[in-house]
Design a protein around this ligand. Sequence first.
Ligand code: ADE
Length: 223
Amino acid sequence: MKIDILTLFPSMYDGFLNESIIKRAIDNNYVEINIHNFRDYSTDPHQKVDDYGFGGGPGMVLMAQPIFDAVEALRGDNTKVILMTPQGIKYCQKTAKELSLEKHLIIICGHYEGFDDRIRSVVDYEVSIGDYVLTGGEIPAMILTDSITRLVDGVIEEGSHINDSFNPDTNLLDYPTYTKPREFNGMRVPDVLVNGNHKEIEEYRYNESVKKTERIRPDLLEK
Ligand code: ADE
């Protein structure tokens, strides 16, 4: 899996790419993640990437040319192009799974007031991470990259997706987990988890998952 991210702020990715599971996935060649400053693709003598919007209005608009040229330079035979925008379809685990099966993604991070609408002609998916507006698409692109990378075969332990804290296949939230000590601040680990009876543990966990989902995310049970 290769992910190319187009941004005006590449250094925002320094920490993200150099820690924990993402770093390990890169080092072990499960994913290749490249950060590109699309200013480098600007044909303007001053490498300008934005300008005032036609028709007036506040803020600057990202120009089509640098993004078009960057996408054309990076595109391969099996590339999907994603535009991060609060106007996109709402991102969820199911989409993460689908995207984790792709060979190559180009993710475009918007910034400022928006982008020239003609950028949409090179885009396959417009994706929003939720109904709120951030200062740019960099954090949303990290969210996609992180959630997709952990689903790539081999990146995390086999089977641990099944126990994800939210499982889109069952539409249930995860059951509660505990570690040592068995008693902390007067709160005891449920006896069923230490009795070694796997069938009872499984039943307990399933029931706890259902109860938790009913309490916190009843909308998931309706699905
Ligand atoms: N850019 C700014 N806000 C965003 C959001 N909620 N999702 C995707 N991209 C964005």
